[in-house]
Design a protein around this ligand. Structure first.
Ligand SMILES: Nc1ncnc2c1ncn2[C@@H]1O[C@H](COP(=O)(O)OP(=O)(O)O)[C@@H](O)[C@H]1O
Ligand SMILES: [Mg+2]
Length: 305
C-alpha cells in the first residue's frame, strides 16, 4: 500500500492542467500535488497514475513519490472558485498525492530547444509510454518536468501525470495488447529515442511479479469497475496484470521506431501554423502564432550548463 498522509493546509490549485490538482501541505511536513477522486477524469485516472508511475520507478525512471492523501474540504474553504470548491466537496476522504518538486519547470517546446536529452533515456520513456498507451506526453503537453532548476545539481527530466495512460481500461472488450502506439507527436521524438535498446533492456523486467506488486499499491476503492464486468477489485487487478504482461510480450507489434526528423517536424509545425492563420480574418493574419508558447520567454540555458 502507498504511504498515507493527511492534508493539513491547502496551498493553491494548479490550473495549468485539465484536472485542477491542488497543492497541499501534510502532517509529515511534505508538500504534495493532490489528484482528486472527484475530478471529471474519474478514478480510472488515479489508477493509471499509480500503475504507470510505479512502473516508471521500477524501471529506473525518475518519478516523484506517490502517497494517499486524506483530504478534508474544510481546509480549502477559502478557495475562491466555486467549481474548484465543488471538486473538493466531491473528494472528501482518500485521494492521490505526488511529492511536489519545488521550482520544477514544465518541459515546454522552448525548453526542449536547449535541454539535452540522451537518446537512451528518451528511448526508455517512449517505451514506457508505448507499453502503457499514454496519449498525454506530446510536444505541447509533455507531462515532463525539469528539476532541480537552481543550479545546485544538474537538472533532470521527471515524469508526472499518467492519468491519460492505459486507455484500454475504457474499453476492455475491444482493445488488443498488440495495438500500435501513435508516437508522432511524442514530446521526446526529436531526440532520436533508442526504443530498440529500451525494449531489449526493459521488456524482460516487466514480470508478472512486478505487475502484481504494483497493482497491490492501488486502493480497492478505485478498482470497482463493474461496467467492465469485474466483480471484485482483485478481478480488476488481474485484468491489468494480464493485459500489461501480454503487451510487454508483444512489443514487436507496437514498438515505435520510425520517428520523424527535426526538419520534418519543423515543416509540419509551419504547415499547422499556416492552416491556423488561414481561418482568420485579414486583420488577424499578421498576429504571431503563440500556440503553446509561454507568455514570457526565458533563457533556460542558464540553468542547464
Ligand atoms: N510533482 C509536481 N511538482 C511540481 N509541479 C507539478 C507536479 N505535478 C504537477 N505539477 C504542475 O502542475 C501541472 C498540472 O499537473 P498535472 O499532473 O499535469 O495535471 P493535469 O491532469 O491537470 O494535467 C503540471 O503541468 C505542472 O506544472
Ligand atoms: Mg498534465
Amino acid at each position: 500500500m502507498l504511504r498515507e498522509v493527511t492534508a493539513t493546509r491547502y496551498v493553491a490549485p494548479l490550473h495549468s492542467g485539465g484536472s485542477v490538482p491542488g497543492v497541499v501541505e501534510a502532517d509529515d511536513l511534505g508538500t504534495y500535488v493532490v489528484k482528486f477522486t472527484g475530478s471529471a477524469q474519474g478514478r480510472k485516472a488515479l489508477v493509471a497514475e499509480v500503475i504507470v508511475g510505479e512502473l516508471a520507478r521500477a524501471l529506473g525512471l525518475r518519478f516523484p513519490e506517490l502517497v494517499t492523501v486524506r483530504f478534508d474540504p474544510a481546509i480549502a474553504a477559502h478557495e475562491p472558485h466555486q467549481e474548484v470548491r465543488e471538486l473538493h466537496a466531491a473528494s472528501a476522504g482518500v485521494n492521490l498525492g505526488m511529492d511536489f518538486l519545488p521550482g520544477a519547470k514544465d518541459f515546454t517546446p522552448e525548453i526542449a530547444e536547449v535541454f539535452p536529452v540522451d537518446p537512451v533515456e528518451a528511448g526508455r520513456i517512449v517505451w514506457l509510454d508505448a507499453l502503457t498507451v499514454n496519449v498525454d506526453r506530446t510536444v505541447h503537453s509533455s507531462n515532463l518536468m525539469v528539476w532541480p532548476t537552481l543550479g545546485v545539481a544538474p537538472p533532470r527530466l521527471w515524469l508526472i501525470d499518467h492519468g491519460a495512460a492505459l486507455v484500454f481500461h475504457h474499453r476492455w472488450d475491444t482493445s488488443t495488447p498488440e495495438k500500435a502506439y501513435d508516437f508522432r507527436h511524442h514530446a521526446l521524438g526529436r531526440y532520436g529515442p533508442d526504443t530498440r535498446a529500451a525494449d531489449a533492456e526493459l521488456a524482460p523486467r516487466v514480470t508478472e511479479r512486478l505487475l502484481r506488486d504494483i497493482l497491490d499499491e492501488v486502493p480497492d476503492a478505485w478498482l470497482t469497475d463493474s461496467d467492465a464486468g469485474f466483480g471484485t477489485p482483485d478481478e480488476t487487478r488481474e485484468a491489468y496484470v494480464g493485459y500489461l504482461l501480454a503487451r510487454a510480450r508483444s512489443s514487436a507489434g507496437w514498438l515505435p521506431t520510425d520517428f520523424p526528423g527535426r526538419d520534418q517536424l519543423a515543416s509540419e509545425e509551419a504547415a499547422r501554423a499556416a492552416r491556423s492563420r488561414q481561418g482568420r480574418p485579414a486583420w488577424l493574419k499578421q498576429v504571431p502564432d503563440l500556440h503553446g508558447k509561454p507568455a514570457a520567454q526565458q533563457d533556460w540555458s542558464v540553468h542547464l550548463g
